[in-house]
Design a binder for this molecule. Structure first.
Ligand code: ATP
Ligand code: MG
Length: 589
């Protein structure tokens, strides 16, 4: 393959585009890999398409290697199957819906569990047909609330989605592990630094689930690791270790105090210590019980319900964690104080919630027998010795509190949690029978009785992975592609015109004929300096500069990643590059 810069659909940009917030987005735009075409929609330019195709091929090859069979479902689908599964309403505003000319409702598929289950039901009738795993690489559509950071969160994006069907749990477990191993291979081949973390299964239903997160400070997902063991989890999935419950009756009776002007935890703690409430002067925020009012709307419900969450006052509610627990319901911060006089803003305590039938969930640290300083449900008043299990009984617990570095690890006794940010590039789920139940997918079992297959589903954000690699592989001068997915193997730069240009083109032909992918900068109207700057921005692993030393039979080889430069004789250059570029030798033989 030989691409000529003089004719390539490529315009590099000197300046950072105004609306590009993260490095990958900035560089992919500036280096001419993608162009924004719509909100959350990007056009792949020739160089970008080459990278996307290489990533796609790696994904496809590893899926085929574990025996997954490639299919291709339509993206435009009738609403019916999604109504049957419940996802038409569960997905809510996140799906694009439309009507055809007869008024029949359709959607642009966000994923294809329904179609995979229906296809298997359609074609397979016996236990002998199983196990089977289908996959596809296809454009997906989601009406994301905040399309962001270019390819990282698009409204139209390329996904690899796979669906496994097994007759029993052991089979599903094996399929899950096979995909986990294939994903590790894929992300290693892409050159990503990634961590496999425990995840929530969200709108998909199901149980065991892990995410593959590519670490980068700009990632939307926060995840934890442990200083002592190999525990790793998305913060959404972190489980809080609960203290041992105590005897609620072992505490003095609840006592109400005047605490004027203490609507905040900080003000309350200060006053509690100055006035020695409950005979103590060592109050901290962690001794107070903060009660946060939220509204929860179930999919399809007209009305939102109130939910109060109680947690130690030194912690904030992490709405992302709450949303993950309550999905597919959506959560919002409560604002209608005027309509609910029973809820006294700044002085709310759980003592009255049961009476008003308001659902009350607590952080796992709020166990029976713990005593708290909390609101007394009257303006300017708080209560001490408000005891869980005596003065209030929560309706359950919820993982709602922010996770902090230094928190104890839930998996081992000694470790502390550390926190990083990452981009979710892959997600594997043990779905179970949610979809096979919805569509009554039954096949004939070995004993003549029907069996219902159990499903796993496995996604990779293919277009997102391109951006994740760019996020991890760049420097201040531009992109630095890993060899396995670079758009080309060699960037040939003709530093001058005339003989240098002719030599560069001739060399390009030879390299290309030998099986290398070559981009040759044969532009005649730009300076050598501009060509060098562009080569660094575009980020092909090695550049060969055909310059003034050509007359003596030499060119310069530049390594994009190390910055190393060396003079080499033109003779033998093709051989040398073939040795360096992975795969090409084998391809030629
Ligand atoms: P996120 O939490 O980032 O919204 P998700 O959990 O909703 O993603 P899945 O349903 O698990 O996504 O989809 C499988 C994969 O598709 C994800 O792991 C991710 O890599 C990719 N993906 C999901 N949404 C987008 C998007 N809007 N743009 C690009 N890639 C996406
Ligand atoms: Mg996911």
């Amino acid at each position: 393959m030989l691409l000529r810069m003089s004719t390539l659909l490529l315009r590099t940009l000197r300046e950072d585009p105004a609306d590009a917030e993260v490095p990958s987005h900035r560089l992919l735009l500036r280096a001419g890999y993608v162009r924004r075409a719509a909100p959350g929609g990007y056009t792949w330019l020739p160089l970008g398409k080459l990278v996307l195709d290489r990533v796609t091929e790696i994904v496809r090859a590893e899926m085929a290697a574990i025996g997954d069979q490639e299919v291709h479902f339509p993206a435009l689908l009738p609403a019916e199957p999604y109504r049957t599964s419940g996802r038409w309403t569960e997905y809510g505003d996140d799906i694009f819906t439309l009507a055809d000319r007869k008024g029949a409702e359709h959607l642009l598929a966000p994923t294809h569990e329904e179609m995979a289950a229906l296809l298997v039901k359609d074609l397979f009738t016996s236990y002998r047909d199983f196990p089977v795993t289908l996959f596809q690489i296809q454009t997906k559509f989601r009406d994301e609330a905040r399309p962001r950071a270019g390819l990282l969160r698009g409204r139209e994006f390329l996904m690899k989605d796979a669906y496994s069907f097994d007759l029993d749990e052991a089979g599903l477990q094996k399929a899950y592990e096979r995909h986990r191993a294939a994903y590790e291979k894929i992300f290693n081949r892409l050159g990503l630094d990634f961590t496999v973390v425990h995840a929530m299964s969200g709108a998909m239903g199901g149980s065991a689930s892990e995410e593959f997160l590519a670490a980068t400070p700009v990632g939307e997902d926060a995840f934890v690791g442990c200083t002592a063991c190999d525990y790793a989890a998305n913060t959404e999935a972190v489980v809080t270790r609960a203290p041992v419950a105590g005897d609620p009756d072992a505490h003095p009776v609840l006592e109400v105090h005047d605490t004027p002007e203490t609507p905040t935890i900080a003000a309350l703690v200060e006053l509690a210590n100055t006035r020695a409430l409950g005979g103590r002067t060592d109050w901290t925020a962690a001794d107070t019980l903060k009660n946060v009012v939220l509204t929860v709307r179930r999919p399809g419900a007209e009305q939102a319900e109130l939910l109060v969450i109680g947690l130690p006052g030194d912690r904030e509610v992490d709405l992302k964690r709450v949303a993950a627990v309550l999905a597919p319901a959506t959560v919002a911060v409560f604002e209608d104080w005027a309509d609910h006089p029973e809820l006294v803003r700044g002085y709310l305590g759980p003592q009255i919630l049961a009476k008003h039938s308001v659902r009350y969930l607590v952080d796992p640290r709020v166990v029976a027998g713990t005593a708290w300083l909390t609101g007394a449900n009257e303006p300017g008043r708080h209560a001490v010795d408000v005891v869980c299990g005596r003065d209030f009984v929560p309706d359950g617990t919820i993982e709602a509190a922010e996770v902090r570095p230094g928190d104890p690890c839930p998996a081992c006794v000694t470790g502390e949690l550390t926190m990083r940010r990452g981009i979710e590039v892959g997600h594997i789920f043990q779905l179970g029978r949610r979809y096979t139940d919805a569509f009554a997918v039954d096949v004939l079992g070995p004993e003549g009785k029907p069996v219902r297959p159990t499903m796993g589903c496995y996604g990779i954000g293919v277009s997102r992975a391109v951006a994740a690699v760019a996020e991890q592989h760049h420097d201040e001068r531009g992109l630095v592609w890993p060899a396995a997915i670079a758009p080309c193997d060699v960037h040939l730069v003709a530093a001058g015109k005339g003989p240098q240009l002719d030599a560069a083109l001739a060399l390009g032909e030879r390299l290309s004929a030998a099986g290398l992918r070559v981009l040759v900068d044969d532009r005649t109207h730009v300076s050598a300096g501009v060509k060098f700057t562009d080569a660094e921005l575009v980020g092909i692993p090695r550049a060969v500069v055909v310059g003034c030393r050509l007359a003596d039979g030499y060119v310069e080889l530049r390594d994009r990643s190390s910055g190393e430069r060396m003079e080499l004789p033109v003779d033998g250059l093709v051989e040398r590059l073939l040795d360096e570029v992975p795969g090409t030798r084998r391809d030629r033989v």
